[in-house]
Every structure is written in C-alpha cells, then in structure tokens.
Design a protein around this ligand. Structure first.
Ligand code: SF4
Ligand code: SF4
Length: 384
C-alpha cells in the first residue's frame, strides 16, 4: 500500500453510469491505499461475485461496469487483470461461459478465466480447515482483488467481502464443504480460514445496488449508493452489516473474525474514511429467520445443558420451506441438495428434516425464489 489508509473507505456512487463509476472507483482505491504495489506485467485476479447466470439488474453479481473500470485502471498500470469465480454447479467452460454472458462480464474488456484446474492446498494457519481444494487460476495470479456484492444471505446472514472467497472452492466441491462443516459456526470458521489463506491485496464491495430479502440470488435490488474498500474483508463486513441493519453478532463470519482478533467487536473501534452513515439503508429486508438460540444456561450449563441445547436447537432450527405457489417443480433444489434431503412428490419438493443439514443451497439456487428460510413458530415464541 502507498500509505497508511483507514480500515474501511466508503465513497458515494449513485448508480452504474460509467464515468461516475470510474471516478468513484479511482477515489476509493486511492483513499484505500493506492495501487503502488501493481507492477507492469503483473497478473491480477479479480475475484468477482458471479453467483449465477443472472443479469446485472438482478443485483446478484458484481456489476460489470465496476469490473470494467477496475480492469481499465489495472491495465493502465501495465497489469493483466483476469476475472473469475466458481459458483455452485459445474466448474467448466460451458457453465462459466453462460455466467459470464448473463452477468455482462464479456463486455468488461477484462480477460475472463477459462482455466478450470483445481488444486489441493494446505491452510497452515487454518483453525477449522487445514486443507482445501481451490480453483487453480487464482494461484497463478500475482495478487488478488476481492470484488464482492452486498447481499443478504440465507445461511450466513450477510454476503459481502468475507463470504465472496467461498467462490475459490470449485463449484462441484461446494456440497462436500457443506458436509464437512454443517454447523454455521464451523462453516464460518472455514470461510475465515480461506480469507486468511488468500489474503487479497484489496477487498471492494459493490453496494451501489445491493440485494435485500431472499438473497443471495432470489432477493430484490435495493439501492444503497456507495462503494466500500479496505485490506481486511471482515472490517468491511462490519460496516456492511451496519448499513443493512444486521446485528454483527448474528453474522457467523464476523463472530469468528472477532474471536480471532481480525476485527473489532464494535464499529466505533474501526477507522472509517468517508460518509458511510449517509448510506445506512432503512428498512433493508434481512433474513433473521436463520438465527439460532442457545439454551445451555437453562440446564445450568455443562454436558446436560449442551445435550439439551442440541435437542432444542434442532427441533426449532430454521429450515427451508417451499412456497407452493411460486415453485414450478424444476427440481433444481433436488439436484443441488448435498444431503439428498429433497425428493419431488407430486411435482413439488419435499424436505426430509432429519437429513437436512441446513446449508440453504436449495434456497440459494432456486431460480424462482420459491425456497425460503423459515423458523418454526415455537422458536419465535421462545425468542420473545
Ligand atoms: S428449485 Fe425452486 S422452483 Fe425448482 S422445484 Fe425447487 S423450490 Fe420449486
Ligand atoms: S434441503 Fe436445502 S438446506 Fe437442507 S441440506 Fe438440502 S439443500 Fe441444504
């Protein structure tokens, strides 16, 4: 970095008009420390959020105008920007070409990753995950810029800078990770381990238009109007959580980052450069249903308390529920379910609650937004 920058930088960006985007991005990067580390010939991987073959107006993917502007800035410094991601599903050219085309990446002028190698790596500093298989293209890059999208998320509550690097796990292997880490806290630990492994030189969050509601793919666009950047993805996420009215303590990756001292517990302890408070989004629809409750203290803690908590937490846990009116019976949820907990009966999915590991992949990949995260009424009553 050129100079000591704040933990998080926030710059207004009202829309995706190209000249406005370019000016906002230049200011953001400059105030976040600059690009003096970029050398001619350097291959820089831009890890975008390309969660599905969806058009930019759906607000599920990093906007192509931003990617285009970043690629141009890097090229002007003699670097070679390469854009890529591995969403859930196949990790091959025909699958990714559809995603690139729909998300507008083909018009960005950046090289799009078409190398689909995967590679086992050790995560020496990993606390939850010591080994992983990752997409090879980023290992071949000299540096990484993590370019995320601000969204609500069924399993993690928030999809922003930290969650974005799960796209470095090949799509075909994601179900295995849900099985290895079925508990949201462990899953978050794995994500933080991945973030620490990749250590992007810069993380940027596209919060110009975010996704609220049934995210990360079936929510609605919501204008927030800014860009955020910094070196530490968790610190950016702490601001993102505040922008959308999410209690940081309910975001598993933030909790994990706080426990590892990667992120302060309070927003006031962050150094934030820019008018971020102007972009707090009133009424942003978040997914509160997924939050768990802890009951150990009801039984005086200890082993009995832990067993009781497990039993009660399981019986009142959030689960995927099908909206029968919007479901079109396409079977996508059945295909993506890593636990094979979904069967189609009379043309509609039925979820086996005992087999379900609550990864919410079905909710993420339902093309109609018909799969929703729901908590039993007993859970709501107990919480009150
Ligand atoms: S993916 Fe969605 S629309 Fe398709 S069967 Fe499942 S719930 Fe219905
Ligand atoms: S039913 Fe949905 S939430 Fe449950 S394991 Fe399958 S994909 Fe995950």
């Amino acid at each position: 970095m050129d100079c000591k920058a704040a933990d998080v930088v926030c710059v207004p960006c009202a829309d995706y008009e190209p000249a406005r985007v370019r000016a906002a991005l230049e200011e953001l990067i400059d105030r976040a420390g600059g690009l003096a580390w970029v050398c001619p010939g350097m291959r820089i991987g831009i890890k975008a959020n390309l969660v599905a073959a969806m058009t930019p107006d759906r607000a599920a993917t990093t906007h192509p105008t931003l990617i285009s502007a970043l690629a141009a800035i890097l090229r002007e410094r003699g670097a070679v920007p390469v854009v890529g991601d591995s969403p859930g599903g196949l990790y091959n050219a025909s699958f990714l070409n559809r995603v690139y085309a729909a998300s507008g990446m083909e018009e960005t002028g950046a090289e799009l990753n078409r190398s689909f190698s995967t590679c086992p790596v050790d995560l020496p500093g990993g606390r939850v995950c010591k080994t992983a298989t990752v997409t090879g293209w980023l290992l071949e890059c000299d540096a990484i810029i993590n370019f995320a999208k601000l969204k609500s998320h069924g399993m993690m509550g928030l999809s922003a800078a930290a969650k974005n690097l799960f796209g470095t796990v090949p799509g075909t292997m994601k179900p295995e990770y849900h099985f290895r880490f079925p508990d949201p806290a462990d899953f978050a630990g794995m994500l933080v381990d991945l973030d620490e492994f990749w250590k992007p030189r810069l993380s940027i969050v596209d919060a110009v238009t975010a996704m609220e509601g049934n995210g990360p793919t079936a929510g609605s666009p919501k204008r927030v109007g800014c860009l955020l950047a910094g070196q530490n993805p968790h610190r950016i996420d702490l601001v993102c959580a505040r922008l959308i009215g999410l209690d940081p303590g309910t975001v598993p990756t933030l909790r994990e980052a706080m426990e590892r001292n990667l992120c302060p517990r309070k927003l006031e302890e962050l150094e934030i450069d820019g008018p971020w408070m102007d972009f707090i989004s009133e009424g942003f629809a978040i997914i509160t249903e997924r939050n768990g409750l802890q009951f150990q203290n009801l039984m005086g803690g200890g082993r009995r308390g832990a067993l009781f908590s497990k039993f009660l937490s399981r019986s009142i846990a959030a689960r995927p529920v099908v909206d029968q009116t919007t479901c079109v019976g396409c079977r996508k949820c059945e295909q993506v379910c890593p636990a094979r907990a979904i069967t189609i009966r009379r043309g509609k999915p039925a979820v086996d609650r005992r087999a379900c590991i609550r990864c919410f992949c079905c909710q993420e990949f339902c093309p109609k937004g018909a799969m929703r995260v729901r908590r039993p009424s007993l859970a709501r009553i107990l919480e009150h």
